[in-house]
Design a protein around this ligand. Structure first.
Ligand code: SF4
Length: 374
């Protein structure tokens, strides 16, 4: 099993919290698509396993037109061993999801939509500088479902200065009202050099409130449980059969290839990251020059990554896997660091599996940073 991630680095406008790699100018879209196709071809020998997930993320992949999508997806099918029952996800923004666009997505083989709703509240959407409004968010979900997309996930953000508990509960209620089978919900974070950082520094908006963040995270867990969604990762909630296979593969340590500027790959025990600049990426590919950096993952890094990703999921840390794959020193370190959390009921054991308890979920970051081997 392996995954392919394609980064589409274009957006209509900049959201105030976002530090991903993207450009709001579409001037080089055509050249970039050609470069993506070239990179897909160039790296075909990097993945020998069957590809069972393709994920187009960004940026805003729904800015590609039907022909561009077919070109990119077609290149993957042409060059890789793609499974029959592939999960093919496309991140999209509500304002792009016209009837025609949805039909194009269907025709290109997309079978899972990740819709960047973020909020159903117009004030908040304006604050985030999103390109859509609340009614577009609702109609895009409805239209997608009417056209036969069942596997839909939406993103929501909590903890923003404008988000009251009442509006947060209303946002969550929409997940159930629309029978959306999967939700990714993230606490707002202030990333360096974003507009949000500026807005807070200049006093335009107050700093984020940790207590409110925790209270809204609690509401999220309670509500999603009532809706029959399982929290299979700290920020991800899904009905059975609708968990993200692509992300689950990341968390389970499967290989993936990242194509496009700023995309990361994990193959043959190496991390590879592509240049985060559209022009440099296009130029390097056109001149057959290097457009990425790479590093071998040493044992310590592999241990830290395993603990960080697995502890956040319902699959947890497998102590048999640790003893079979890591040195006695790292296993000894793990046992020593988890014991206080096992004693204080933030972690639980079931056979050879260690997972977060309901209380532990709230301090997941602290637990993983304590278990980290430095
Ligand atoms: S649409 Fe997504 S990638 Fe683009 S600026 Fe907004 S959050 Fe960032």
């Amino acid at each position: 099993m392996a995954g392919i991630y394609i980064h589409i680095p274009f957006c209509k406008q900049s959201c105030n919290y976002c530090d991903f790699h993207f450009s709001t100018s579409l001037k080089h879209k055509n050249d970039l698509v050609q470069s993506l196709v070239k990179e897909i071809e160039l790296r075909k020998s990097a993945l020998t396993q069957e590809v069972n997930t393709i994920y187009l993320g960004g940026g805003t992949p729904s800015l590609l037109d039907g022909d561009e999508l077919k070109l990119v997806i077609g290149a993957i099918y042409k060059n890789y061993n793609v499974a029959n029952n592939i999960e093919l996800t496309l991140e999209c923004n509500p304002d792009d999801l016209t009837q025609q666009k949805l039909q194009e997505l269907k025709d290109s083989g997309v079978n899972r939509l990740s819709i960047g709703v973020q909020s159903f509240d117009n004030e908040e959407l304006k604050f985030f500088n999103r390109a859509h409004n609340s009614s577009e968010a609702e109609s895009s979900i409805k239209r997608s479902q009417d056209l036969g997309f069942e596997n839909i996930t939406i993103d929501l953000i909590y903890g923003s200065p404008l988000l009251t508990d009442r509006v947060w509960l209303e946002n969550l209620q929409k997940v159930n009202d629309f029978r959306v089978p999967h939700l990714s919900a993230y606490g707002l974070t202030v990333e360096p050099q974003t507009k949000l950082e500026q807005q807070i520094k200049t006093g335009q908006f107050p700093n984020l409130d940790d207590d409110k963040m925790i209270a809204q995270f609690k509401m999220l867990i309670e509500q999603t449980k009532q809706f029959g969604l399982t929290q299979y990762e700290v920020s991800n909630f899904g009905k059975k059969g609708f968990y993200s296979q692509h992300n689950s593969n990341y968390w389970k340590g499967e290989e993936y290839l990242g194509i496009g500027p700023s995309a990361h790959s994990f193959v043959t025990n190496k991390r590879i990251w592509n240049v985060s600049n559209n022009i440099k990426y296009i130029n390097a590919l056109s001149k057959n020059e290097t457009y990425f950096e790479e590093e071998l993952i040493d044992e310590k890094t592999a241990f830290n990554e395993y603990v960080l990703t697995r502890l956040r999921t319902i699959w947890g840390v497998d102590t048999d896997y640790l003893s079979n794959n890591f040195s006695e020193e790292l296993n000894g370190h793990f046992k020593k660091e988890v014991q206080p959390y096992l004693n204080s009921s933030y972690l639980q054991t079931q056979g050879n599996k260690i997972t977060l308890t309901q209380e532990g979920i709230f301090i997941a970051d602290k637990i993983t940073s304590d278990i980290f081997y430095v």
